[in-house]
Ligand binder design. Structure first.
Ligand code: ATP
Ligand code: MG
Length: 425
């Protein structure tokens, strides 16, 4: 029987896992340094949560949702993004009353019906943060700095932070009018699917990846001219804080981002090593989303980044990420097999990772130890029966010593510098 996977999905195989774990662990450690807590929401929600959150004219809502009816006729959607669901959970459990501001992060799979290509899947994984209940420019700068810091911690440094402001409710209609006026001069020269957005969602035209559109809008007047003084002040404070923290950024006048909930600051972190999918992280301020979903007025700022695209950036660095174990045990001498087996159990209780080979072919066993990247190997041979000793090999510097079986536990424990009081009998 031959198998295939649904288009746009993939198995993440054990060899790939060290990179996934490294990214997830680096993120968890860094978020804890910035005092964020984890939240997990369901993989699917009632469809209106996403419709109201992202906007019914957004690309995600119109084209990319995995929506379905369950057996009782409920309208459900596999989550395409995290912010709307986290905001829904905040309101539902009144989390903002227990802790203001509320600093949350999430890690998990997301689903969008898109054309699969490198860095674009139908099931992908995002790590995101939401800083809820505070509208200070410090927060924008702090969260952007945290995003940048995260990639730096992963060793990814040749990134660009693109930043802009889309203003507030007051300036939004003025900006829309401005974009329409500019586009109307030449709208017929733009691709058909772009023309369709002219009336429903003109701002989203700026978000198009189409090169013709990008070249055309490059000549547009700066949308920030339409911002209120308050929005301008907010934006320039954010830039000033970024300058002080030495976060390199590029003000991109046409950056608006694809979702309707954004207000004020929007940003993306982009890399030239991602081909057509240049953006690895995107986010911004969303001051109206909570109220839009029927909750209190909770200004907020967040970002999300894709794990698959981050892995593409790690692969570009060509570093090796492999899993290893501390010790591999090869009992060639049958009488020592039991002793080594129980020793393995004791060592695992000391958090020393080990494995034992159960077959009697030394060559194959040594090959396996190599494949597992074992740091040490213990071999008990037939010839060691009389002396009750074993061979203890250091696979990193290729040295070896003969150790009495009776002392082996102590030798290994001190080799790995384990405090014996940590050992649970
Ligand atoms: P793009 O412009 O590439 O479609 P987006 O603006 O739709 O991205 P966001 O909604 O901001 O993306 O999601 C944040 C991040 O999640 C992206 O920068 C990317 O790293 C990742 N991402 C989004 N969609 C996908 C996808 N279909 N496959 C893989 N990663 C994705
Ligand atoms: Mg997209």
């Amino acid at each position: 029987m031959s198998f295939s996977l649904p288009r746009g999905t993939q198995d993440i195989l054990p060899d790939e896992m060290p990179k996934w774990h490294m990214i997830e662990q680096t993120a968890r450690d860094l978020f804890s340094t910035y005092n964020f807590s984890e939240i997990r929401t369901p993989i699917f929600e009632y469809t209106p949560i996403f419709a109201r959150g992202m906007g019914e004219h957004s690309d995600i809502f119109t084209k990319e949702m995995y929506s379905f009816e369950d057996k009782s006729g409920r309208h459900l959607t596999l989550r395409p993004e995290g912010t709307a669901a986290v905001t829904r959970a905040t309101i539902m459990h009144a989390l903002h009353k227990k802790m203001t501001p509320l600093k949350l992060y999430y890690i998990g799979p997301f689903f969008r019906y898109e054309r699969p290509q490198a860095g674009r899947h139908r099931q992908f994984h995002q790590i995101g943060v939401e800083y809820i209940g505070e509208d200070s420019a410090y927060v924008d700068a702090e969260v952007i700095a945290m995003g940048y810091h995260l990639f730096e911690s992963l060793g990814i440094t040749d990134l660009k932070v693109c930043i802009n402001s889309v203003g507030c409710d007051v300036s939004r209609p003025v900006i829309e009018e401005m974009v329409k006026q500019f586009l109307s001069q030449n709208i017929t020269k733009l691709p058909k699917h772009i023309q369709e957005k002219f009336h429903s969602n003109p701002l989203r035209i700026l978000d198009s990846k189409d090169e013709v559109v990008q070249a055309y809008i490059a000549g547009m007047p700066d949308i920030k001219d339409a911002l209120t003084q308050k929005s301008k002040d907010h934006f320039f404070s954010v830039l000033q804080h970024l300058d002080e923290m030495a976060i390199p950024y590029h003000v991109t006048n046409t950056l608006v981002r694809g979702l309707e909930y954004y207000t004020e600051t929007v940003f993306e972190i982009v890399s030239e090593h991602l081909g057509a999918q240049g953006t690895v992280c995107g986010g911004g301020r969303y001051n109206n989303l909570s109220a839009e979903l029927g909750g209190p007025n909770l200004p907020a700022f967040g970002f999300g980044f894709g794990i698959e695209r981050t892995i593409m950036l790690l692969d570009h660095l060509k570093k090796n990420y492999t899993q290893s174990i501390d010790l591999y045990l090869i009992p060639m001498e049958p009488l020592s097999r039991d002793r080594l087996f129980y020793l393995m159990h004791k060592l695992r209780n000391c958090n020393i990772s080990c494995e034992m080979g159960y077959t009697n072919n030394l060559k194959n066993q040594l090959k396996r130890a190599d494949r597992l990247n074992a740091k040490r190997v213990v071999i008990s041979r037939e010839t060691d029966r009389e002396t009750k000793t074993v061979e203890y090999k250091n696979m990193l510097n290729r040295t070896q010593e003969t150790v009495p079986l009776a002392d082996l536990f102590e030798v290994i424990v001190s080799d790995f510098d384990v405090n014996e009081s940590d050992y649970i009998e």
